[in-house]
Design a protein. Structure first.
Length: 113
């Protein structure tokens, strides 16, 4: 007979589970926070709050390694960035310079070159 505790996380929405995963990661007060696609499934307002919180953590000198398809938002938080395509690095450098590279903006950020 198993005496396991019930898990209430299964009752949470996908968005709530995602927020819980980030909170659990922060509980140990890491020096480096690794996040792989934290924004999918989140409501736009929650996504905005998440990235604002990541910006605050960054200003407090926490290193954040973020993988996200929301490239413009991720670049706005980053010091350095890598652009991957089919598993290969196609561009790298200071985030500010990548955000102003016309060909990258057109190809990956949906803007005009």
């Amino acid at each position: 007979m198993s005496l396991s505790r019930p898990s209430f996380t299964g009752l949470l929405s996908g968005s709530e589970q995602q927020m819980l995963a980030v909170a659990r990661g922060l509980m140990s007060q890491p020096v480096v926070l690794l996040l792989d696609e934290p924004s999918p499934g989140l409501a736009p307002k929650v996504t905005e709050e998440l990235f604002a919180a990541l910006g605050a953590l960054r200003r407090e000198s926490m290193t954040v390694l973020l993988v996200d398809q929301m490239a413009a938002v991720a670049l706005s938080l980053a010091d350095r960035a890598y652009v991957l395509e089919s598993g290969r690095v196609v561009a790298q450098g200071a985030a500010q310079s990548l955000m102003t590279d016309g060909s990258l903006v057109k190809a990956y950020l949906g803007g005009e070159a």
